[in-house]
Ligand binder design. Sequence first.
Ligand SMILES: *Cc1c(COP(=O)(O)O)cnc(C)c1O
Length: 418
Amino acid sequence: MTTTNSGPVRTKPWDFGFISTEEFSELEKEYVMRVLEKKRVFRYIGQDIENSEAFKLEDLYRKRITTSHCLAVNSGTSALIAALVGADIGPGDEVIVPGYTYIATAAAVLAARAVPVIVEVDDTLTMDPRSFEAAITPHTKAVIPVHMRGVPCQMNEILDIAKAHGLTVIEDVAQANGGSYQGRPLGSMGDAGCFSFQQYKLVTAGEGGLVATSNDRIYSRASIYHDSAFVYWGTERQQTYEAIPGENYRLSELNAALALAQSQRIDSIIAKLREIKGAIVNCIADIPSIQLQRIPDPEGDVSYSLVFYLKDAEEAQSFSARLAAEGIPNGTINNNGFADRHIYTNWSYVLDKRGVSERDNPWTCASYKGNVEYSRDMCPNTLNWLGRAIAISLHQRMTEEDVSDVVHAIRKVADSMD
Ligand SMILES: *Cc1c(COP(=O)(O)O)cnc(C)c1O
């Protein structure tokens, strides 16, 4: 390839933006206005419970995820907590989470008063099944595989290990709405799947979340937990199990309407993203000095993130700076100059075993008989992969010119480093 070294590949400004809110248009307005016109912003009103926006949202996800139940909630974090409590996970239990996930995954375990156990990710940047298996103790009750950056986890291996040890599997699908693994929707393979509709996610309601499950007990208990007054207005179908005290994780009708409109866009957005990522990957796969992220099922990748690895962290830093100088926004994942809350080394309250108070602390509570240890260097493979990684965020509006600039810049920098 002939590239002149004179100027940067890309001088035109980059089109930044959230995948989700870029799509706000007539449909979102119509659905939100419909709520205002109905003057009904709370889902459980009167006899018309199944005519709420929240119910319609649940219905859409029941069909998409193919689970028998879905429960709309007000965030991805609440979805995780409701699923954990629904599965009867709490004080005394250990829950295995990857060292690379949004901190809320670990925080949800603590909110349920269980103890998070941190394990390695591998070159997929999702949970390493061998590290998961090695971390199982007599106290382990559940595992939370996280489909990070839209990439499906190695679910066959994880499900097999979980089954052999009788563990509950809760998929964290917050970053991978619409993805799949070997033809199965993400969120349908574990005992429960948890989604988020926060603004950084593929589609958004501002705030919002959802639990998908085919387990009647998890569904009923999560529903009851999501609303302290649930037994007074929830449907009979949702109350097969005894009432337990709850919180308030209800989703407002305005958020539900926005999530409902946005969720109809998932497949078309992902089709575009796959086309864009596929085009870039095809043109850089042969570069010997970079290694592409391993994707357990490329067909199921949501495809908004392109990650590749350099030989070591130092090379990654240098490659990243040169790529930026070529006009391509990108980042290394570790050592990014800020305390990235997706990396376990920055989860201070977990590493320091700090509960909400000394009296209310999952690590020191009488029910907990285990002895989990944390340290900043406990997951060297995770830090190695993250340190060597370069990430470029993709966007459904990227043009052929954008794609070509990304490819040319990567090739030019790779050539210059040889
Ligand atoms: C965003 C996110 C969550 C939490 O979702 P919220 O809606 O922000 O509460 C949980 N896990 C992962 C992996 C996330 O990216």
